[in-house]
Every structure is written in C-alpha cells, then in structure tokens.
Write a protein that binds this ligand. Structure first.
Ligand code: BES
Ligand code: ZN
Ligand code: ZN
Length: 459
C-alpha cells in the first residue's frame, strides 16, 4: 500500500482537515436549479443572474456569506471537480455534497502541473477531505497518472532509455518488485534483433526492462509498453510537423509503468510481468534501413519497408519474450499509428481485443472511469497486406488503408493464441479539458485497471 504523505497530498491538490479556514461549496445539479433558486433570497437570486449561473458543469457562483455553488451535470465523473483547482481562487475548500472516488480523482488530475522547467504562476486550490478509503483509492489512481504524465512531458534529452530505466527501478523498489534489464548487444544475444535494430543508432543504447511482482501462484498477466524515447522516423525521417511531438512516443511505456504501479499499490492478486522495450529511433551511419531483414525473438523474419514503423518492432520482441512466462492475458499500450488517431481522434484510446467479451468489459470499465476506449477490428482478412517476398512479413503494409489494424495484425503474429488486448493511444491531451491538462496523459490506464480489478480483485 502507498502511504501518501502531506507533501504528496498537497501536490495532488488535497489536504486533510486541520484547524484552517476553508470555503465550503456544494454541487448544484443544473436540472434542479429552478427549485433551489426559489429558496434563495432576492439578493442571492440577483447574484446568480449577475454571474450568469445556469448550473452547467464547473460553473462557479458566489452567494452571500461565502456560500459557493458549483454547477454539476448530475453525473459523478472527472468533469466537474476536474475544472476547479485552477478556476477557483487559490485557497482551501471543502465540499458539502457527497463525492465519489471518481470526483476526487477529477480534482487530483485537474491539479496537475508540469513544473520541471518553468515555474508556474500559481499552485492549485486545495480540497480538504478526510482520509477515507475513497480518498486513499483516488490518490492511488492519481499518483500513477502523474507519473505517466511527467514521463511523457519530459523532453527526450532528459528521458532517454537510461532515464526511463532509472524511474522504473525506483518504482520497483517502492513495491519490492524485481527488475532485470538487457542492454545493447545483450539484446542480440537473446535474439531480440528487432529492439536492437531500432535503437542501435542512438547514443544511449536500447534495452528491455522486465519487472516482476506478486505471488507466482496468482494468474500471470503481462503488461507491455512501447518505449520509443524519441521517434525521428529513422532513415524514413518524419517531416518537422509530425516529429514535433515525438518525445511522447514512450507514452505506451509510461502508461504501462503507471498501470503496474496502480496494480502494485492496490495489491491486486495477480502475478505481474511488466516488459518495457526502450529505444530512440535515431539516425546515424549504423541505423537500420528500408529493405533490411530483421531476425526477431520469435524466429519470424521481418523485412523493413519503413523505419518509421518502429513501434511494432520494439513490441514484437517484448511480446514474444512475454510468452515464455505463459501469461493468461497480455496487455500492451503503444503510440503506434497515426491511423488510429484518424479513426477515433486524439481523445479516445483505440483498442484491439482477441476476445469479444473483454471488449465489452473494457468499454464498460472505461465508461465508469471516464477513460473512454473504443474497439477497432482485428480483421484477419487484411493479413495479406503484411506479405513480403523475401521475409516472413513486412513491418509496414503498402497503401496505408486500415493502418491501425495492420499494425495490430503484425503484433498478433507474436502473441500466438494467448488472449491479448492492444491499445493504440495518443498518450497526450491535445487541448486542455477539465482534469485533462494539455500534455502527456495516461490514456487507457484507469479503464484497464478497473477491468483487471473486476476480473481478479478480491472484493
Ligand atoms: N509514433 C508513430 C505513430 C504516431 C504518430 C502516434 C502520431 C501518435 C501520433 C509511429 O511510430 C509511426 O510513425 N507510425 C507510422 C507507421 C507507418 C510508417 C506504417 C504512421 O502511423 O504513419
Ligand atoms: Zn515511427
Ligand atoms: Zn513511433
């Protein structure tokens, strides 16, 4: 269990009750507004009109006697409280309406700031809440989200494969998990020719981190994350505009590590295998080339059609290694294709599932967690697009139609018949929304945890 200190609480926008002045607010359901207004005196009724308060989610109205109303859409979720930490004047607040865990998560996620390189104008307002189970659980979900966001927001210069390894080891230590790392040429010796090829041109060598946690008698679940610390495209270099955000190409790895942290802090009774392949897709004299043929860990040969389709190369070796642990389920996260973004946009996680029931369960968990995921087809009829004349498969299908599906079909070759869930995510909020500040985001993490807890949890 994670014991959150007061410094942590403040960082996440919370404080526990103490003798300090707090401003109380209540959530006012827009639908019930009319009947509530009737009970106000005329001065307060006028105050509402002056502040154009219509009860919309996140709207603020100050009434007499420091009475504070917050508009609410009647649904517990990230939206309402998630907008407040930087909208309310700085200070301490307490909520008089009953809050759910997801509301508290909203406040915490809305309090996030990335201040490693720039001092921020103000700190978030603080919600004073007693140390209940709800708050503890909310903090357990907020903390790994902050971790993933920080990792993604950190520029590649400070988030190399070696930097990511350090962070992983720190997390592992906190929960007494075991970590092993294969670096550089050791990857070749273990047969991971694909991870090695993607990362060998970079200054900092590629690596595969394995974190193991939990009782071996519990079901083994493998979690895998794409860790490309910068994606220049390689020799198939990306144009400037497309390269601009590619520090986030380790977003899958960040989300996978966040999910692992959530699993460990809540002591979910599973046997966890986290595999994180890390590489920078850089350009130099020894970079891998279009036309090269890679030997993968699974023994499948891959012809390189495009060095920018590097994520699937990292993942294929990691997935193949995970099979050795005989997991009953494999889950991976990756900023894998632009095509997934074209299909579902930047605010939904695209998902591919080998099991139709898992698809439904994940969508339901995503709904409840306000972390939307949506399935795309794992249509085997498109496998022909991965054919190569000189190798077993190619890393990029010609034409580009169904690009997210062909990428998923590529990966599927490396998981055999093991039940598998694959997320193709943005890992980045392109715009600020309540609880979702612009920048790195742990998309799909809470949806997946909820799914796992429903299946494997004790309660
Ligand atoms: N990291 C990119 C995919 C990406 C781009 C994710 C933008 C999110 C936002 C990935 O490595 C890539 O470049 N994929 C190519 C694959 C293509 C060459 C088959 C793509 O999607 O264009
Ligand atoms: Zn790429
Ligand atoms: Zn990439």
């Amino acid at each position: 269990m994670n014991n959150f200190s007061n410094t942590h609480l403040a960082k996440y926008g919370f404080a526990t009750p103490a003798r300090r002045k707090t401003t109380a607010f209540q959530l006012v359901d827009g639908k019930r507004l009319k009947s509530l207004v009737k009970d106000l005196d005329t001065a307060d009724q006028e105050a509402l009109v002056k502040q154009s308060f219509s009860g919309k989610s996140g709207q603020i109205a100050w009434l007499s006697g420091d009475n504070l109303w917050i508009g609410w859409n009647g649904k517990h979720g990230l939206q309402t409280l998630g907008s407040l930490p930087f909208k309310l004047p700085g200070g301490f607040y307490r909520c008089e309406s009953e809050l759910e865990e997801i509301d508290l998560i909203g406040w915490g996620l809305g309090s996030y700031q990335f201040d490693r390189y720039k001092k921020q104008d103000r700190s978030p307002s603080i919600l004073v809440a007693s140390k209940t189970k709800k708050l503890q659980r909310a903090l357990e979900a907020i903390d790994p989200t902050y971790l993933a966001r920080d990792l993604i927001n950190t520029p590649s210069q400070d988030m190399s494969p070696a930097d990511f390894e350090k962070v992983t080891k720190r997390v592992a230590k906190q929960f007494s998990a075991k970590v092993s790392v294969m670096r550089g040429d050791a990857l070749l010796k273990s047969g991971c020719g694909a991870i090695h090829a993607v990362g060998r041109a970079a200054e900092v060598p590629p690596r595969l981190i394995e974190l193991t946690w939990g009782n071996k008698k519990n079901p083994t679940i493998a979690i895998v994350g794409k860790g490309v610390t910068f994606d220049s495209g390689g020799l198939n270099i990306k144009p400037g505009g497309s390269m601009r955000q590619m520090k986030k190409d380790m977003g899958g790895a960040a989300i996978a590590l966040g999910l692992a942290k959530l699993v460990m802090s809540r002591e979910l009774p599973i046997h966890l295998k986290l595999l994180i392949p890390l590489a920078e897709n850089a350009i130099s004299g020894n970079a891998f080339r279009p036309g090269d043929i890679l030997q993968t860990h699974k023994g499948i040969t891959v012809e390189i059609d495009n060095t920018d389709a590097e994520g699937r190369l990292l993942l294929c070796d990691a997935l193949s290694i995970s099979l050795g642990y005989k997991p009953e389920l494999i889950i991976d996260f990756a900023t894998l294709t632009g095509a997934a973004r074209v299909a579902v946009g930047t605010e939904i996680s695209a998902m591919f599932c080998t099991n139709a029931e898992d698809t439904q369960a994940l969508m339901a968990s995503g709904d409840d967690q306000d972390d939307p995921v949506w399935p795309l087809p794992l249509h085997e009829g498109y496998e022909y697009m991965l054919a190569s004349n000189v190798a077993d498969i190619t890393n990029s299908a010609p034409g580009g139609y169904a690009g997210a599906t062909t990428a998923a079909l590529f990966l599927k070759r490396f998981v055999d018949t093991t039940p598998w869930i694959h997320f193709d995510v943005m890992a980045f909020n392109a715009r600020t929304r309540p609880a979702r500040p612009e920048g790195g985001e742990a998309m799909g993490m809470r949806a997946t945890y909820e799914f796992l807890e429903r299946r494997y949890g004790n309660s």
